[in-house]
Design a protein around this ligand. Structure first.
Ligand code: Z5A
Length: 217
């Protein structure tokens, strides 16, 4: 990779946080950003759906029925993919090319988990749609923050706030999502690391940092 002066630059690393509800993705993504910055890295934090003006507008439609009607399941898949395509091309790839580390709160695996395993669309079809959207921008490391569905919901209840459209799905839907994530971690062991988050925040933070240090070598 070369910069605009033709010198060689190192590509940054791309780290994604995934998992069922209430696992601490946002908490730990933000902590990781602080740790990376303290270690002298240039870091970009972003999230899905969202992260660009187009993506944030799509987020409003998806989570809060902003268009005034609930999107059908096919539209849902394509809107998540559209948000992702924009984020990858306008934010993630440019940041990686200038050598920054990118920390993303949910990414393509969420579509495979929620729309594939959860809603029941063919998993291979979700993977193909993701490939079209991400343009080769595969994460270097995917941290799957895993916990039982009921524990995640208990944490969200404690945090307060209203449930969004997908959070209101039946318990069985969320169980399929969790099982789907664990199946993906087995399928792509070179990229996925499963982190058991039924432990104090500080312990989880330390484990995540260990895993991240390994990808920087
Ligand atoms: N979705 C999809 O269907 N398809 C897709 O392709 C994509 C997404 C990209 C995005 O919602 C929704 O879109 C999501 C999947 C779907 N929907 N559902 N359902 P979001 O971005 O608004 O929310 P989320 O990604 O689901 O995150 P979350 O569930 O709100 O929470 P979290 O980020 O994992 O956790 P947190 O906010 O950091 O922590 C939750 C609470 O637990 C908080 O009070 C923390 O202080 C506490 N916490 C965190 N760690 C611990 C530990 N270790 N012990 C105790 N308490 C803890």
């Amino acid at each position: 990779m070369t910069n605009d002066k033709g010198r060689m630059t190192a590509r940054g690393k791309f780290i994604t946080f995934e998992g069922p509800e209430g696992g601490g993705k946002t908490t730990h993504a933000r902590r990781l950003v602080e740790q990376l910055q303290a270690a002298g890295r240039q870091v970009l934090y972003t999230r899905e759906p969202g992260g660009t003006p187009t993506g944030e507008a799509i987020r409003d439609i998806l989570q809060h029925d902003k268009a005034g009607e609930a999107p059908c399941s096919e539209t849902e898949v394509l809107l998540f993919a559209a948000s992702r395509a924009q984020l990858v091309r306008h934010v993630i790839i440019p940041a990686l090319e200038r050598g920054a580390w990118v920390v993303c709160d949910r990414f393509a695996d969420s579509t495979t988990a929620y729309q594939g395993y959860g809603r029941g669309f063919p998993v291979e079809q979700m993977i193909a749609i993701n490939e079209f959207a991400i343009n080769g921008a595969q994460p270097d490391l995917t941290l799957l923050l895993d916990l039982p569905v009921s524990d995640g919901f208990a944490r969200l209840q404690q945090r307060g706030g209203q449930k969004d459209r997908i959070e209101r799905e039946a318990l069985e839907f969320h169980e399929r999502v969790r099982a789907g994530y664990l199946a993906m971690a087995q399928r792509w062991p070179e990229r996925f690391r499963v982190v058991d988050v039924r432990r104090p925040v500080e312990e989880v933070t330390a484990e995540i940092w260990n895993l991240v240090e390994r990808v920087s070598r």
